[in-house]
Every structure is written in C-alpha cells, then in structure tokens.
Design a protein. Structure first.
Length: 65
C-alpha cells in the first residue's frame, strides 16, 4: 500500500508542477506521509522535475531540514 502512495504522490507532483505554490504544498504533504526510503526516492524525482521547471526550486527548502 505504501508503494501505491509513493506512485500517487509522483503523479500529483507532476500534475501540479505548473504552479509553484501547489507544488510546494504537495511536497510538504508527501514528506509527512511517505516512509523515509520513499522520501529519498522522491527527492530524486523532484530534482528531475526541477530540471524541467527551474522555478520549482523554491520547494527545495522543504527537502533539506
């Protein structure tokens, strides 16, 4: 079930990547819901999204505690 949540999170992030505010909000929610090893995978996924949409780099503050 947890893997399904990870895949769902990736889908949501890709769909809201057009809006920085929504993207950051979804990143915060994902960090609360996912398991630690999934968060590491999510960071890699987010970095690929940021390469495509550089304005999303504002959300990096949530990934580095």
């Amino acid at each position: 079930m947890a893997r399904a949540m990870f895949e769902y999170t990736k889908t949501v992030l890709s769909k809201v990547s057009f809006d920085v505010t929504l993207f950051c909000k979804e990143v915060k929610k994902a960090l609360q819901r996912l398991l630690p090893y999934e968060i590491e995978e999510l960071k890699l996924y987010i970095f690929t999204l940021i390469r495509q949409n550089p304005e999303l780099n504002q959300c990096l503050i949530y990934l580095n505690p």
